[in-house]
Write a protein that binds this ligand. Structure first.
Ligand SMILES: O=C(O)c1cc(C(=O)O)c2c(n1)C(=O)C(=O)c1cc(C(=O)O)[nH]c1-2
Length: 255
C-alpha cells in the first residue's frame, strides 16, 4: 500500500518526474537547441509539432465539457482561446503555421497533416484519448508538463536564435507568450491536483498521468530522431526532406 503524501511531497514528486522524464532531456531537443540540426531537420520538427499544436484545443475541449462550474470553465476556456485566437488576436495555431512558413515549408502542406510521422500521430492521438477517457483528475494532471515548459522554451528559443541563420525572432513569435500562459495554466492545474488528490491512489494516478504525458512528448521526439537523424529511416508517406518547401527555398535539398 502506498502512503498518503503531504501536498508538499506530492508536488516534489511531480517536479522530480519532470526533472527526469521531460522532453528537455531528449537528444533531439538537445541537438535542436545546440544548433546541431540541419535546416531540413528543423523543418521536420516544425511540421510534426504542428499536429500537436492543432490538437491541443481539441483535448482542452474534452476537459471543458467535463467541468461543472462556471469558474472552472472560465479558467479552462482561456487555453482554447490562446490556441484558437480571437477576431483581434492571433492564436497559437496560426502562430505555429507562421513558424513552419518561417522555416521555409509550404503552409498548405503543413496544415494538411499529410507528411507527419505515424509516431507523431499516435502519440498526439493517445494524449487526446487519454484526456477523453480517463478521470477528470488524470486529464488535468496530464497537462502538468507545462510546469516545466517555460524553462525548455527559453533554452530552445535562445539556442535556435543563436545557432541557425534561418531563424528569426519573428519566426519564433509562437513562443513569446507561451511561458506566461504555461505558468498561469500549470499553477492552476497543480493546485487543482494537489487539492483533489485526497487519497494515495489518486496521488498515484496524478503522478502516472504526468509520466504518461512525458512519454507523449518523448515519443514524438523519438519518432523525429529515427526518421530524420539516425538511422534516417522514413516511414511511408512521411515528409521527404527537400519537398514542399516554399518557392525559392529549395536550399539543402535531399539528393
Ligand atoms: O515547447 C514546449 O516544450 C512545449 C511543451 C508543452 C508541454 O509540456 O506539454 C506544451 C507546449 N510547448 C505548448 O506550446 C502548449 O501549448 C502546450 C499545451 C499543453 C497541454 O498539455 O495542454 N502542453 C503544451
Amino acid at each position: 500500500m502506498t502512503e498518503m503524501m503531504s501536498k508538499t511531497d506530492l508536488e516534489a514528486a511531480l517536479r522530480q518526474i519532470g526533472e527526469e522524464r521531460y522532453h528537455s532531456n531528449h537528444p533531439f531537443q538537445i541537438m535542436l537547441q545546440e544548433g546541431r540540426l540541419s535546416k531540413q531537420q528543423v523543418q521536420a520538427w516544425a511540421l510534426n509539432r504542428y499536429y500537436y499544436q492543432s490538437m491541443i484545443p481539441v483535448k482542452d475541449a474534452h476537459i471543458l465539457a467535463r467541468l461543472d462550474t462556471v469558474e472552472l470553465r472560465r479558467e479552462w476556456r482561456e487555453r482554447i482561446i490562446d490556441h484558437d485566437g480571437t477576431e483581434t488576436e492571433r492564436g497559437g495555431i496560426v502562430k505555429w503555421i507562421a513558424l513552419a512558413d518561417g522555416v521555409g515549408l509550404d503552409r498548405e502542406y503543413v496544415m494538411s497533416g499529410k507528411g507527419i510521422l505515424p509516431g507523431t500521430r499516435f502519440a498526439v492521438d493517445a494524449y487526446v484519448h487519454f484526456v477523453r477517457d480517463r478521470t477528470l483528475l488524470e486529464a488535468i494532471a496530464s497537462s502538468l508538463t507545462e510546469l516545466f515548459s517555460p524553462n525548455v522554451i527559453g533554452v530552445r528559443t535562445r539556442g535556435m536564435l543563436e545557432h541557425y541563420d534561418f531563424i528569426t525572432r519573428e519566426t519564433l513569435a509562437y513562443f513569446d507568450k507561451r511561458p506566461v500562459q504555461a505558468k498561469r495554466d500549470s499553477d492552476f492545474a497543480l493546485s487543482y491536483c494537489l487539492e483533489q488528490a485526497t487519497r494515495p491512489e489518486l496521488q498515484e494516478a496524478v503522478m502516472n498521468a504526468l509520466k504518461f504525458k512525458c512519454q507523449v512528448l518523448w515519443a514524438q521526439l523519438d519518432a523525429l530522431m529515427h526518421a530524420y537523424v539516425e538511422p534516417g529511416h522514413l516511414p511511408f508517406d512521411a515528409w521527404q526532406p527537400g519537398t514542399h518547401a516554399r518557392n525559392g527555398d529549395a536550399t539543402d535539398r535531399a539528393a
